[in-house]
Design a protein around this ligand. Structure first.
Ligand code: SF4
Length: 375
């Protein structure tokens, strides 16, 4: 199986040199791992858990400082009453009668900047801003562009999740210097119609293509535990590998079932996915996308220290700080600080991307202008 780890089973009489040889083979095989077929992704999911964790951690160490994590803070800049009907989300206007979520208008720029300053002071390197929109309107664009510029001026990396973008909007955000745009695929193409009916998988991929073409880093992840099968989780990983380039940031969420949402009610009635299957998904994502940041997002609040440590062992190297993720709870910050100390993990510094513009002079007219250059 090209690119997959083969580990010799030590026998009672195997000596230390045999075991060392097996470890060395691991290194050789890992360096030739590259693109994985769907079948190979399925084989990774099927590995004994310890073999899978060893391979994920080995690959992780080839590309990252193993004891460093990237920390983000997420703020909702416009909450609730979303026209989309995502079956897991309390912000959808379609589930409003049951979830009773209080909708809020756009947050004032001053309030967003104050929250960004607090995030920086507490150690976050990236500030993520989310709005419950199908897509930003024309009149929303000056507001979000101003937020990107002001937050970047604080020395933070910026990320936004605003729904679908057209070419012009992606270009505007890129020009403002936006570092990351989040747009999750959530699950496989097959299961997607069980999750949302107001948009298609292809529309989702179209926005991701626009973000990629504009030069903004792509953040795109999933939510596991929505009632999907392992085949769906395999297909989601395969979907990432079909992209021209894997997303730079990949959140692997564990569903927080919210009462009153269709998928939350389904999972509360039928039972939640075992945490180890989420850990497996993180490990397979790390192996298949070795240079991406794999992020722990929703679902972390309910996990024990040991389960979170296992997620880092599986190759996760990014998480959200703070008490709230848009509208669901998150592990408290003081608890995160304690856990990081106990695990010996430190926070990575911010590396904001500068807007890249090249001055261009029109040879015929002599007019000066600027063109945006993708990374
Ligand atoms: S997940 Fe986003 S797009 Fe879907 S309903 Fe919630 S806020 Fe709207």
């Amino acid at each position: 199986m090209a690119g997959l780890l083969s580990i010799s089973e030590p026998t009672a009489d195997s000596d230390s040199s045999t075991r060392l040889e097996a470890l060395n083979n691991t290194k050789v095989l890992n360096t030739i791992s590259g693109s994985y077929s769907r079948e190979q992704i399925a084989q990774l999911f099927d590995l004994p858990l310890m073999d899978l964790l060893l391979q994920a951690q080995t690959i992780h160490r080839q590309h990252f400082n193993a004891n460093e994590v990237q920390i983000s803070t997420l703020l909702s800049i416009k909450t609730g009453n979303c026209p989309e009907d995502c079956g897991y989300c309390s912000q959808s206007g379609h589930h409003r009668d049951k979830t009773q979520l209080q909708a809020e208008k756009r947050l004032d720029v001053d309030k967003v900047i104050a929250a960004a300053k607090r995030a920086k002071a507490s150690g976050s390197s990236r500030f993520c801003m989310g709005a419950a929109w199908k897509h930003p309107s024309r009149k929303d664009m000056p507001y979000v562009v101003e937020l990107v510029k002001e937050v970047k001026a604080l020395g933070l990396e910026t990320c936004m999740t605003l729904g679908m973008l057209d070419d012009e909007q992606a270009e505007q955000l890129a020009k403002a210097g936006l570092d990351y745009y989040n747009h999750n695929l959530d699950t496989s193409r097959r299961y997607y119609e069980q999750v949302v009916s107001t948009r298609s998988y292809d529309e989702r991929l179209d926005t991701l293509t626009r973000v990629r073409n504009s030069g903004i880093n792509v953040c795109s992840g999933n939510i596991v535990g929505m009632g999907e099968s392992r085949d769906d989780r395999i297909d989601w990983v395969h979907e990432l590998l079909k992209m021209p380039k894997a997303p730079e940031s990949i959140p692997v969420n564990l569903l927080v079932p919210i009462k009153g949402t269709p998928l939350g009610d389904k999972v509360l009635a039928e039972g939640q996915l075992p945490v180890l299957e989420w850990i497996r998904t993180i490990a397979v994502t790390r192996i298949c996308c070795p240079t991406s940041y794999v992020r722990l997002s929703a679902g972390r609040e309910s996990l024990s220290d040991a389960e979170q440590a296992l997620a880092f062992m599986a190759g996760a190297n990014s998480f959200f700080y703070g008490d709230k993720l848009l509208t669901t709870g998150n592990a408290s910050q003081s608890n995160d600080d304690r856990l990081m100390r106990e695990l010996g993990i430190t926070a990575q510094l911010a590396q904001p991307r500068a807007p890249q513009h090249l001055p261009v002079i029109d040879a015929m007219s002599g007019e000066q202008s600027q063109v945006l250059v993708a990374d």
